[in-house]
Design a protein around this ligand. Structure first.
Ligand code: GLU
Length: 469
């Protein structure tokens, strides 16, 4: 039997990191089993779906390595509406489902206002189809539904506790529970690996599989991803969109490595491992049952390590979208013609060891390309103290006299300027840094001045000096 798994997102918003993790788990499982990964877009909720969300899912999957053309699909659930309706009709004709026109108020009036479920009123009343008649599944009165779950063992649900749930609405349209099952069935899905939040649906869905006469799949419900307060990550409160991480400059390799560590770890106390190791070692049955904390700080640290591991030429290439502004990444503060690729290449190795996400490249190098630096006023006020004006005067004079404009000479020169005033290098270089880059932190100063060049460095220090008059 060929293993067939699927990832079945609903295109109702940005692509959630938890979804990306389920997709990767499915992807790896299919690969390990020599199986097939199917992508199905569950787009039947016309009011909430938008085509751009579908495109976002496809491109985000592509980014983390589930590339277009390397899986089966995408299929669109909306294209299978006829099969969904046919299945509903079959369940009705075989007596496994019946029509019901009760409103919630009807049920509550009969059963007491607290009652949340359905009381089976129409089970044997023979109501036929008609406008406003929902189709309900007749759940067995006895026995239990045992779900075979690769992560959870065999969760068992007593059938008498499962109400006769709706499978098609009053307008005849099948609901998620049924459409999802029918699609899995027609697509020959053997393993359903999905988020834990669907576990309450699973006994109902398994009953549908059985009623439709097909052996149910094997299930695997992976624990939810939570924030630092142990709340399920929510798109309203938390940063959950994979695209947002991509645009901030997380590397796809770091992201997918990190996502796979949510609830699982490779052997040997390692966390940062090549993808091939994850593909070999990952075991669905080793995934933790407890919810997984999505720790953005840790992800940042991870990403920094991935950035540092890049060959410098690849780092330079990886920075390009932030240096030019492409797609949803905003343009940098300089004009395209101001950018100097050689100057960037000269400082790139310095930046590579300092940034944790690629978008941080921009504030680190903008001083090189802008005609005058963007002065951070708070940094200015904090740094420019009594004596700064004279110090800058001395720095200009000393730098003007420099024969060789290189980092080492610049450093010893400024060190000497400070020493005359009894200042350590750190204190001496702070006003110079703010004058030249506009900021208190950034790339190593003397290397930066070397790349910036004598003229521009002196112009900037003189301009800062004038502001201090
Ligand atoms: N469309 C459903 C969701 O995004 C899929 C559930 C499933 O994987 O079965 O939650």
């Amino acid at each position: 039997m060929t293993v067939r798994v699927r990832f079945a997102p609903s295109p109702t918003g940005m692509f959630h990191v938890g979804g990306a993790r389920s997709a990767l788990q499915n992807w790896i499982y299919a690969k390990q089993q020599g199986g097939v990964f199917v992508l199905r877009i569950e787009d039947t909720d016309a009011a909430r779906n938008k085509p751009e969300w579908t495109e976002g899912i496809l491109s985000a999957l592509d980014w983390i390595g589930i590339s277009r053309g390397s899986y089966e699909g995408p299929y669109f659930q909306s294209a299978n509406a006829a099969e969904h309706r046919a299945a509903a009709a079959r369940l009705y004709e075989s007596g496994r489902a019946y029509y019901c026109d009760c409103t919630r108020e009807d049920v509550q009036a009969r059963t007491g206002s607290q009652y949340q479920g359905y009381d089976g009123y129409h089970r044997d009343r023979g109501l036929g189809p008609g406008p406003g008649h929902a189709l309900r599944f007749r759940t067995p009165d006895e026995g239990a539904t045992v779900v075979v779950d690769l992560i959870r063992g065999e969760p068992t649900f007593e059938n008498k506790l499962i109400e006769d749930f709706v499978i098609a609405r009053g307008d005849g349209s099948p609901v998620f529970l049924l459409a999802n099952v029918v699609d899995d069935m027609t697509m020959g899905i053997t393993h359903v690996i999905r988020a834990e939040e669907h576990l309450p649906n699973t006994p109902k869905q398994q009953l549908l599989w059985e009623a439709l006469g097909v052996k149910p799949p094997i299930w695997a419900h992976v624990p939810v991803v939570v924030n630092e307060k142990r709340q399920k990550l929510s798109k309203r409160r938390d940063k959950v969109a994979l695209e947002a991480y991509r645009d901030e400059g997380y590397l796809a390799g770091a992201m997918r490595n990190y996502l796979m560590l949510l609830g699982w770890a490779p052997s040997g106390d390692r966390e940062i491992v090549p993808w091939s190791v994850i593909e070999n070692e990952f075991r669905l049955d080793e995934v933790n049952l407890s919810s997984a904390f999505f720790d953005e700080k840790k992800l940042r640290a991870f990403n920094g390590e991935y950035i540092r591991a890049l060959p410098v030429t690849e780092f330079i290439d990886a920075c390009q979208p932030w240096l030019t502004g492409t797609g949803t990444i905003p343009p940098p503060p300089w004009q395209p013609e101001e950018f100097d690729a050689d100057a960037f290449a000269a400082v790139a190795p310095l930046a590579q060891t300092r940034i944790a996400v690629l978008s941080e490249i921009v504030p680190n190098v903008d001083f090189l390309f802008l005609a005058s630096p963007l002065i951070d006023e708070a940094a200015w006020t904090k740094t420019m103290k009594d004596g700064s004006a004279e110090l800058l005067d001395d720095a200009v004079a000393a730098f003007e006299a420099l024969e060789s404009w290189d980092a080492e000479s610049l450093k010893s020169t400024l060190e000497a300027v400070g020493a005359e005033r009894g200042l350590k290098l750190g204190k001496t270089q702070a006003p110079v840094r703010v004058a030249v880059t506009g900021r208190t932190v950034g790339l190593p100063l003397f290397e930066s001045l070397e790349v910036l060049g004598r003229e521009r460095t002196l112009t900037r220090i003189r301009a800062a000096r004038l502001r201090l008059v």
